[in-house]
Design a binder for this molecule. Sequence first.
Ligand code: FEO
Ligand code: CA
Ligand code: CA
Length: 639
Amino acid sequence: MAKDFSTMEDSNRSSNPSIHDVSDPARRTVLRGGLGVAVSGLLAPLAGCAGMTGAVAGPLLGFKSVPVGTADTVVVPEGYSAQVFAAWGESVGLPGEDHAFSFDASNTAAQQEAQMGMHHDGIHFFRHPMKADNPAAGLLVMNHEYADDGLLHPDGMATWNAQKVRKAQAAHGVAVIEVEQQAGRWTIVKPSRWARRITANTPMALGGPAAGHALMQTAADPAGRRVLGTLNNCASGITPWGTYLTCEENFIFYFKGPDQPDAHQARWGLRKGDPVGYRWHEHDERFNATQHPNETNRFGWVVEIDPYDPSSTPVKRTALGRAAHEGATVAVTKDQRAVVYMGEDARFEYIYKFVSRDAIKPGGAKANAGLLDHGTLYVARFDADGKGRWIALVQGQGPLTAANGFADQGDVLIKSRQASDRLGATKMDRPEWIDIDKQGWVYCTLTNNSNRGGNNQPATDAANPRANNTMGHIIRWKEAGDFDSLSFEWNHFVLAGDPTLERAEAKGNVKGDAFACPDGLWTDARGVLWIQTDMSTSAMGKGDLKNMGNNMMLAADPRTGDIRRFLVGPVGCEITGATATPDGRTMFINIQHPGESPSERSDPNQPRRFSNWPDQRPDGRPRSATVVIRKNDGGVIGT
Ligand code: FEO
Ligand code: CA
Ligand code: CA
């Protein structure tokens, strides 16, 4: 997310070791172990890889790099075009609910519930339910991470009322849109039987060991099994059985905290009052944690959605653990079990993986409805010798006992941070997206952590080697055997940076075009590793980031380490989320929060102050949107 909410979250005061020795295992290239299949790079979960076979001949990166830039537009390489698509406020195609976007932000809460939400983030193109072989039609599913109330309402947060809260909640969540290409342009099919908006008020179920747990029970839901909504949906993932995984990131800041949070609340960053000022609790009391403390425990999960069944109930999969979840990336073992890799984007938090108990069955979402409810959650420890361990979060094992506050597995999952603290997991520099290359290396962006090595903060370690890590890095590991292995080898794929800077720790070791603050990460069908950046607006263009311009997307060759800048976004945005059609000829990425103000909430009296992208209308306001990238000759993106 844009917002420095992730940097506000620095609540890990545990004393588990973070100082390994400083030997640098960077560039270690031990390759071994089985490969299995990573699904995130698959073309679509319905029908495998037809259509792209053979496209890998020749160099992986075939385009001419674009320079750093500060223009209020999207810049792509020569020979490419960028089409703005599905911006905030466009109708998603619910039957009977076609409402035009009001450029004065006067759409009602009910209309917003039928329109694209704000702050597009994780995204995936699913093959069309009726035309699976047609690469020019499909379902596009994406996250809407948060709302900027300064842009969402004509007068911003003045005259705060229940309707504004309802509209803000409706601007969150997930959109499912049916899309098709007509005469080279992509459009939303309206109406569509698959169109759907999931918001912060959509009923959803809890699945897995924490469902029904005492810590999940509230006045509105005494059984602890039904939750309203999902929020702060950041990165995403997909499963081989055709579902979408949306991940709840900085959920804690939606809650008003007590004057003196207890130890559990403090470890999860709950603070006195309403530190970010969302003000939902003023008109929706479940967000007042002084009245309903367990409501916070019902967020921070990975939520599974079946985009092919608009009537299906989303399920929060508690077996995957609770976290300020960034994403969820699924790999498959040789015996067909699902392995889900997950980062937790907060300073000094952890990297997790979940291994399912059961094998994936043929038959899609219905046949695998409980697959993510049973399995083992692990947390990563990166050792200084370039090896690492996955440590199980299992009640009764090691320190995870009733005496230590873990009476059952529900306790372990709801209090996964406390469990990981006790297990000696490695405190990372804000783990964001994860993806897997064709050789089985698993990559995780560690976006930045300016607190690393600060006073009373964890020192550098082998995996997080730079103090005041303003630039971020990408770590990668290879499992010792199959994806369910308990040990791995690791190295740094790249330390982001700018070699022209004087500060040694900000120079980085990029082989190619400079960048900072990697966040989005996606491996395409050819094996290109796409890297998207999220330099925070408050830091952009200053200090170590002075030469870096606007946020950008780059393409990396995982085999050589070459990195080339492919796209530069408009002013004040972050670039996040990437997916492509099965033929690789259309790529969709998201532009989030163009024109974000340094205070991270826009001034309703000056909505165009920093950006007017994409509409550039005299009466407009900046809008998050998807961008469709095509090669003018119709070729595969990146070639
Ligand atoms: Fe929502 Fe960590 O980015
Ligand atoms: Ca992110
Ligand atoms: Ca980020």
